[in-house]
Design a protein around this ligand. Structure first.
Ligand SMILES: [Zn+2]
Length: 102
């Protein structure tokens, strides 16, 4: 999976199209990511021995990684991610159109 925790992404399709946020959790096994503020739902909770207060909590549910993309900082469009090997031998993510680092 090319998108990681901490990336700023934009949603490309579906109900949350156009929303932006930071990836707070990557779930490579499910090919999903949790993006802050995207796919937010309200959950009703009852009291338990641990949690004395009942109420509504808000939670961000995972979305398929296939519908989000990192925006190219240079072109300000969703980037297709490519890789380039830096001088020190490490792999760097880049925009596959213009080569800008992501
Ligand atoms: Zn670019």
């Amino acid at each position: 999976m090319k998108i990681r925790k901490g990336d700023h992404v934009v949603v490309l399709s579906g109900k949350h199209k156009g929303q932006r946020g930071q990836v707070v959790r990557a779930l490579p096994g499910q090919e999903q990511v949790v993006v802050e503020g995207v796919n937010r739902v309200k959950r009703h909770q009852r009291t338990t021995q641990l949690r004395k207060r009942a109420g509504i909590i808000e939670k961000d549910l995972p979305v398929p990684v296939s519908i989000v993309a990192i925006e190219c900082p240079k072109e300000h469009i969703p980037a297709r991610i490519g890789y380039r090997v830096a001088e020190d031998g490490s792999k760097k993510r880049v925009c596959s159109r213009c080569g800008e680092g992501l």
